[in-house]
Structures are given as structure tokens and as C-alpha cells.
Ligand binder design. Structure first.
Ligand SMILES: [Zn+2]
Length: 369
């Protein structure tokens, strides 16, 4: 067997790719790979995530759903900084890596059962899942918070998904998406292990684009944790396969309002604000279901966390746009985190960094002050 699915907490096996919680204890599931990464096994003429398809063994060859995801540019911004332009993915965010893998792996199974998929999202993941469902000719029902940004809501609707607006907290949106309905298969991107696993390709790409070297530091905006966990797992796979010697230092960047991981990493207590009012509207998980897993995995790879203020996000967002990189404010959180650590000398002198710019600015509703 090239992989198995098991509980991230108790190790209980799962034998069904549609399962998203441990059948024994209810904790999140993980994909465990039993194959090494080998550079000679890359499909070099495929300029998408599928160049690494041999390392995603749960997707059958004839069942790949493609929109042109991955192999996004890694652009040198300054002497020591690279930007990974995930905003250039088909639906405008890194989520396409997860959606492509997840939908490719399950669409046949769900069609056979005459079912449809359901997903909950603050916007980007919903748009992404909706696009891949459309491409796979699969019906999708996307649950979004009432506060969803107009452009993201529009995008989901035009892909042809049913959109359900839910009032209340982000967790209430998730609960409603999971409520049982005839034919409904919940494949929520936060809980489903295949979505998270699809993000591994981002670590492979950064490394390959740097000539099989890793940067000293990798900065990621973190909310629900799929990006963080996927990227950590990708680099771990490369280390375990002796493709790279050691992990880059992964830095999780959070907003002051939504910073449960930062607080846990620094052993501080966190109390979320009553109402979120951040320009970083994609970062909303004040109580992420994957928090324990994030803390465990980030500690294991000796990663770090940084928290930025609203003012710092806006400054980073404006600076990036002023240099031609129009990304969403939530993505600018990663650049703001880098700038903060640089200023506070919280990195070794001369370190180089890859900063993941996760989503396009074209969906933002932020207005220039
Ligand atoms: Zn378990």
C-alpha cells in the first residue's frame, strides 16, 4: 500500500476516502504516505500540481479534474525575499491545490452514489470547491457566513453551486454544512484530510523552483490551518526522502484578532473579540478544529508564530500593491509577519525567506483610505 488514512490522534485506521473524522474518537484524520519523494518520478512536462501526481497515490490517473492549478511563479522580490504567487491559481487562491486533489479523488465515488457535496467556507475555499465541482459535473452546496465578501459570493454563484448564507459564528456555518440531508456528502476543506494533503504540492514547488534547495524561512498566513499543515507535511516528506537536508523554519502569521495558534505557541491565553472586524476577511477561525494538530506539528518542526496588528496588515497590503503585487489583505498578513520579525531581529542575519501570497486582491472589498 502506498498510503493509508488514519486518525491523527489515536491512529485508528479509516478505509473510506469520504470519511473526515476518526470513526473511533472523532478527531481529524491524516494521510500517511509510504513512498519516498524521488525527483526522477516527476512528470516534468506537466506544469501543474499534477507533475507530482505519483506522490498523491489516492487519485486514479483517468479521474484527474484539472483547471490549471499549481506551478505558480516564485518571484524574487528583493535580495532575500521570494514571493510564491498563489493568487495566480485558477480561482484566485491556494485552495485550488486542495480542491483539485480532493475533488479528483472523490467525484466518481459520489456520482456513483448519486450524491452531491457540501462545504463550508468564508469565501475562497467555497469558490474553489465550487469551481472543481463544476468541472467534474458534480453538484455542490456551499455554506458561507452572512458576512461573506461580495466578489467571493458572486464567484461561488457563477460556478453554479447552491449557496447558503448562514447567520452566526464560523462554527455555526460548519455545523449547518454538516447537517444530514439525503444524498449530501460533507467534504469540508478544513476537516477533510485529502484537501489538506493536496497542499503538500506547495512545498515541493518552492523547493524545486529553488533548484532543490529550501529557503531559510517560509511565511504563511494561518487561520483554519490547512495551508500550514499541508506545507509542513510536504517539507517533512522531502526531508524524510533525503531530497533536502533540513526543514525551513515555518512561521505561522496571524492577525491580532484571530491568533489562537500564536497564543498557544507562546504559551499565552487567547480571548477572541466579540465581533471580528479585520481587513483580513479570509482569516476568521477563532476556534479552529485543527488547533491541537497545528500546535503539535509546528512544534515538532521547530516552527514559529508571529502576530500582526491591523495597521501592520494595511501597511503591508498597501506596500505590496504599490510594488505591483495586488493580493488580498489576508495574504498581506504573511508579508507583515516577515517585516515584523525582520524589524525585531527575530531571524538569523542574512536569512532568506519565501512568503506565500495566498489569494488575489481582485476579490477584496477593502477601500483605500
Ligand atoms: Zn481516533
Amino acid at each position: 500500500m502506498k498510503y493509508n488514512v488514519e486518525c491523527s490522534s489515536c491512529g485508528h485506521p479509516s478505509r473510506n476516502l469520504l470519511e473526515f473524522r476518526c470513526p473511533s474518537c472523532g478527531m481529524p484524520l491524516d494521510i500517511r504516505l509510504h513512498l519516498d519523494f524521488e525527483t526522477k518520478k516527476i512528470f516534468r512536462k506537466d506544469f501543474s500540481v499534477w507533475r507530482y501526481r505519483r506522490f498523491f497515490p489516492y487519485v486514479k490517473k483517468g479521474e484527474i479534474v484539472r483547471l490549471g492549478e499549481g506551478w505558480t511563479p516564485l518571484v524574487k522580490f528583493s535580495e532575500r525575499v521570494y514571493f510564491k504567487l498563489e493568487s495566480l491559481n485558477p480561482t484566485g487562491s491556494f485552495k485550488d491545490r486542495g480542491s483539485a486533489l480532493l475533488v479528483s479523488a472523490i467525484h466518481k465515488l459520489i456520482k456513483k452514489r448519486r450524491g452531491y457535496i457540501s462545504e463550508d467556507s468564508s469565501g475562497n475555499a467555497g469558490a474553489s470547491i465550487a469551481a472543481y465541482a463544476a468541472r467534474a459535473e458534480l453538484r455542490a452546496k456551499i455554506y458561507v457566513p452572512e458576512t461573506v465578501s461580495g466578489p467571493k459570493f458572486n464567484q461561488i454563484q457563477f460556478y453554479g453551486a447552491d449557496v447558503v448564507k448562514v447567520s452566526g459564528s464560523r462554527s455555526e456555518v460548519a455545523e449547518e454544512a454538516q447537517e444530514h440531508e439525503l444524498g449530501k456528502y460533507y467534504i469540508g476543506h478544513i476537516l477533510h484530510p485529502l484537501f489538506r494533503d493536496g497542499i503538500r504540492s506547495l512545498a515541493y514547488e518552492i523547493t524545486e523552483q529553488l533548484g532543490w534547495e529550501v529557503p531559510d524561512l517560509v511565511y504563511l498566513p494561518v487561520s483554519a490551518g490547512t495551508l500550514l499543515l499541508g506545507v509542513v507535511s510536504g517539507f517533512q516528506h522531502l526531508v524524510g526522502s533525503n531530497v533536502i537536508k533540513s526543514m525551513p523554519r515555518i512561521v505561522a502569521c496571524q492577525t491580532k484578532q484571530v491568533s489562537p495558534l500564536y497564543h498557544r505557541m507562546k504559551n499565552l491565553s487567547y480571548r477572541p473579540p466579540e465581533n471580528l472586524a479585520s481587513v483580513a476577511d479570509a482569516l476568521v477561525s477563532v476556534d479552529p478544529p485543527l488547533l491541537e494538530l497545528m500546535v503539535k506539528n509546528l512544534r515538532k518542526v521547530e516552527g514559529d508564530a508571529v502576530m500582526v496588528e491591523e495597521k501592520e496588515i494595511l501597511e503591508a497590503f498597501t506596500e505590496l500593491a504599490g510594488k505591483g503585487f495586488y493580493v488580498e489583505p489576508s495574504s498581506a498578513v504573511a508579508y507583515a509577519g516577515y517585516k515584523k520579525q525582520l524589524k525585531k531581529k527575530e531571524m538569523p542575519i542574512g536569512s532568506n525567506a519565501a512568503i506565500v501570497l495566498t489569494g488575489t486582491g481582485l476579490k477584496t472589498t477593502a477601500i483605500r483610505p
